[in-house]
Write a protein that binds this ligand. Sequence first.
Ligand code: GAL
Length: 967
Amino acid sequence: MSTLPWHEDVSPGRGGLPPRAWYARSDAVLLALDGAWRFRLSPTADTEDESFAAEGYDASAWEEIAVPGHWVLQGKGHGAPAYTNVVYPFPVDPPRVPTENPTGDHLRRFDLPEGWPEAGEAVLRFDGIESAARVWLNGEELGEFKGSRLPHEFAVGPLLKERGNVLAVRVHQWSSGSYLEDQDQWWLPGIFRDVTLLHRPEGAAGDFFTHVSYDHTDGTGTLRVECDVQGRVTVPELGIDIRTGESVTVPVEPWTAETPRLYDGELATGDERIPLRLGFRTVAVEDGVIKVNGRRILFRGVNRHEFHPERGRSLDLATMRRDVELMKLHNINAVRTSHYPPHPAFLDLCDEYGLWVIDECDLETHGFQDLGWRANPVDDARWTPALLDRAARMVERDKNHASVIVWSLGNECGTGAGLTAMAEWIRDRDPSRLVHYEGDLSCKDTDVYSRMYAPHAEVEQIGRREDPGPDPRRELPFILCEYGHAMGNGPGGLADYQRLFERYERCQGGFVWEWIDHGLVHPEHGYGYGGDFGEELHDGNFVCDGLLFPDRTPSPGMVEYKKVIEPVRIEAGTAEGTVRITNGHDFADLSGLAFAWTFAVEGETVGTGPLTVPGLAPGESTEIALPAPPVERTDREAHWTVRALLAHDMPWAASGHEIAWGQLAVSEPVPPTSAAGAPPVRHAGRITLGPGSFDARTGEPLAIGGIPLTGLLLDVWRAPTDNDNGAAWQPDERYGLLWRELGLHRMRHRIDAVETDAEALTVRTRVAPAAQDLGLVTTYRWTSDGTRLRLTVSVTPEGEWRLPLPRLGVRLGLPAALDRAAWFGGGPGEAYPDTRAAARTGRWEATVDELQTPYVRPQENGARIDTRWIELGHVSTGLRVEGDPLFWFTARRWTSEQLDAAEHHGDLTPGDTVWLTLDHAQQGIGSQSCGPGVLQEYRLDAAPATFSFTFTPTFTPLDVRGARGTA
Ligand code: GAL
């Protein structure tokens, strides 16, 4: 091994300083070395030629690049990003890497700023370089390191000059470290986090560790600051003034993710003043349950990769803050920093805004799995120093954050003694936090039993502590470190998981996979995914599986998750006219919330008012009488909506922001009155029935009230979602693929009869795919009262239908000018049987374009649930459709087949038709793109069904102001 070049040997590096705590340096002397650097890219790691690092080297002909940044995202000729999920994009021969190893030489000249102190030391700090770097200052080699998302520092004091310093950094895309960094993400080389020169005053601390705990039995907090030099610790608000190493206990308000109380303090050593932000809290596993400050906590979490659609993993503070704000706005209370420590400033934000953090080490060796885990670095002692180095760099950097309550060894590394060594080191260094790792089912190194994508039934079994497996594990608390795979449309089944988390004390919640789609801005496709950048091996759009779209717009999955995890439950009370309010917080009472009611008739608000709710303690529940309804009893459908709103401004939202809501039905939906009586009339190849005109030969409707109509047929196809298509490794059947195999995307419609009698036009058909002997006997029965037209569809399956149907409804084409929708039903966003928690009954409006959900890979989307009626129209022409029973609708400028064929948004071009689907039923969504499929109760099995739609041409202008409405 010794003959290998440094970037290929297994060592973590040399020449650097030991790792230490990171802290915001508002009052420190520093020089940020970000901005334009000189840059030269070579196709190989030419380790011989180091001349560029020598003083006086003329790099004026080199181009410039922005630091922090990834070179593959900065202009042409810099290579390209590449995406793989599990596999290494190079031959697996650890620790060797390919000769083709893009290498970026970076040069930066700098002068010391005015007033840079004479006395003291100086440290050069790199917060993140992928994947290995060798560093020189003024021609002197400082050392080298691996560990991409970890900090690395060098002492540089004696080398510094007042003017004309030259910092040279050689970065290799591939190194032995790449074997430890096989996370499911883009491979993005470069100096992607800050580079800083820090002044270290005389007597400055080498490192410090704030030991901060809370005793819930007597309300006191204890503080002790461990430091390698003598110093004083002051916390003015608590009257604390102690020496380092000394311990003090005082009454305090505790820190929790719900009540992120921080105390400002200071650590003074020599000439250095370090700002402290102290959160008093204690984490422990007691009686098989994770407790903070003596109480069970429930993770309403997400897995967060650092991602920006233009800058990759190079995030600025504003983007980090936006992420935290968006989490708080959506009731999220926990983050797993999948799968590496984030930019350190992110954790400051978590302390400040209040989020539980599982801080995960920069470690994944997943690509060894398909190779039978042969040569897996975590099971090979030669790599253990590198693993321990990574553990130490994470723990030392992040140990002073109140928000971090769990250390995670890494992700998907199989099993091995290296992991045990990491866990032992971490426990020894910081016994105050829990240790997590998902990949070893024995749980021998961990404090929690953690799984990813376990199906509901198994979670329930685990919740009962009836799971098979090693006994000691059954005593551990349980979390889903990943669940609810948010790829494309979905995830489905979140509410069903939440019920289990709320029922079983052992099930302490989970972390949805994942926070944001990693779609990278692409010149042709809008957002590109795997394969769009010319990769030899890639995993397609598996990289787009977030609750946020790449531009950080919340997806319907995020809106659903917010509703599912809302910390206040609002439901109908047992007594009539009452509402039951339950405080689902772990720590906060309800005094921070204000409640309001609205009363709506057919979705139109007719009254609003405040509702007085006592400041219930966590876990408490009460029933409150609603006021007398503001209108007399009506024969129209009426609802109460009760909402819990922030009573005061918070750092992440203004007062009035909605936290939770519930709806109480006062009356049932009112079905449309019958539309019958007018007889069908045949003439010249046409049949006229009320406002409808039909082709007499086929029975196909051609127009309703003068609005042309095409292609009204039974429809069972939907453009398969990523969750329909499923993942190869999931045990459940992959319906998206099976539906296509069966031919549901090319159904044939045989007309068996077109009949008229005194009151109806009846069209008998059989709908079936070629090559199969199964089918759907389908009858369309049309009646009219002269002004309205009613279609009753009856479907009887024939043959053996083993698979569920994607959907069951009719589709029809209308002129493109009818591009605005108003409806009464579920909204404002999309919903499917198992993603419907966030749909509330109301009156909603949207343009057809606004009804589309822009999943990065186009697929079925945009269905609105529980529709009573919809009007699709424009200016003074429109068509109203009422359903019996309630129905789903989608409206698009393309067909399901076109949606299915599209790979990117650019592939979808609007035609001259708006396609409206009116569905009686939809198959659920599930989470099978990386998890369990659709639960039995959300399956749409082929079965006899009858449903009807009443069509009325309308002439009232639609007042459409966008996707808004009232509930
Ligand atoms: C998990 C893995 C994640 C991600 C996810 C699927 O197995 O830990 O990194 O790959 O599956 O998107």
